[in-house]
Design a protein around this ligand. Structure first.
Ligand code: PBG
Length: 327
């Protein structure tokens, strides 16, 4: 032993002592619940690849959002699944499209009691499943897509979204959305920019949630997993274009990226604990291979420790309850 006899274990002796010196705490108010609503459903429908998560009907969405607000979480992120899709993803722009209708439903239910966010992307609405419009040669046309995003942003703001989340990884999307919102009188609507979004295999389970018709992959617009400096470049661009919050996605396999982004910017950093991260824990827990509640809290704490102060997670409401029981 060295002298003085240094024993870090003194501070780990009891639960009370450990809680006292805990460096990282997750608050329910920092958690956002992503939610799916499907056009024409009478009852919520379970999503096989994401046990415990459902596609909501308009009615069940309203109730679940009230419950989420009462649980004290920070907000919700809405995804819409249309009854039919087309190459232009027109259901995403239509004020009577499922996502815009659901935003109105939810805002009329909870008002400003929780933050209502909406996913701003075309992939749920396009018949080819890509996040943008296709050029005649089949590639994703960046600038044509930007024009669609601008319209979609204004439609979502008009429906009452407090925050829009452009997630399609088109170049210039934040600037175009910011200008469109400002020009339409929605300067108060904030942008949560999916600034860093990797082309990840872990989005797999989400494809069933939105009934994605994608063939192929998104590697020409989402980022290549080996790259970190490229992520910082994306973040710098989004901040310059007017992002209010920048997000890294996925979360757990990219904690080094979360940490680097946290150090690079002054605005809030969010991370999205995505469908595959959720499904891995659920599958292992269902087999009795790990303790589910402890895994939920450990993963969220790790994402928080890496520097994300806002976390999108399918466990948001449940985690809020676990956290309240803990502190
Ligand atoms: C795109 C979008 C995706 C997710 C959120 N927004 C799918 C993708 O990029 O392939 C994935 C979320 C998850 O996996 O939980 N609109």
């Amino acid at each position: 032993m060295t002298y003085p006899d240094v024993r870090p274990r003194r501070l780990r002796r009891t639960p009370a002592m450990r809680r006292l010196v805990e460096e990282t705490k997750v608050a329910p108010s920092e958690l956002i619940l992503p939610m799916f609503v499907k056009e024409g459903l009478a009852e919520p429908r379970p999503i096989g690849t994401m046990p415990g998560v459902v596609q909501h009907s308009r009615d069940s969405l309203r109730k679940a959002v009230v419950e989420a607000a009462q649980a004290g979480i920070g907000g919700i992120m809405l995804f819409g699944v249309p009854a039919s899709k087309d190459p232009a993803g027109s259901g995403g722009i239509d004020p009577n499209g499922i996502l815009n209708v659901a935003i109105r439903d939810v805002v009329s239910e909870v008002g400003d009691a929780t933050v209502v966010m909406s996913d701003l992307c075309l992939d749920e609405f396009t018949s080819h499943g890509h996040c943008g419009l296709l050029a005649p040669d089949g590639t994703v046309d960046n600038d044509a897509t930007l024009a669609a995003y601008a319209e979609m942003a204004v439609a979502q703001a008009a429906a009452g979204a407090g925050v829009v989340g452009p997630s399609g990884m088109m170049d210039g999307q934040v600037g175009v959305v910011r200008r469109a919102l400002d020009a339409a009188g929605y300067a108060d609507v904030a942008i949560l920019a999916y600034a860093v979004k990797y082309a990840s295999v872990f989005y797999g389970p989400f494809r069933e949630a939105v009934e994605s018709s994608l063939v192929g992959d998104r590697r020409t617009y989402q980022q290549d997993p080996p790259n970190l400096r490229e992520a910082l470049r994306e973040v710098a661009l989004d901040v310059a274009e007017g992002a209010d919050i920048v997000m890294v996605k996925p979360a757990l396999p990219y904690l080094d990226v979360v940490s680097a982004v946290r150090q690079a910017v002054d605005i809030p950093v969010a991370a999205y604990q995505i469908s595959g991260e959720y499904a891995m824990v659920e599958a292992a827990a269902a087999n009795g291979w790990l303790n589910r509640d402890a895994a939920i809290l450990e993963t969220l704490t790790s994402i928080r420790r890496a520097g994300a102060q806002v976390i999108l997670t399918y466990w948001a409401v449940e985690a809020a309850r676990l956290l309240r029981a803990r502190y």
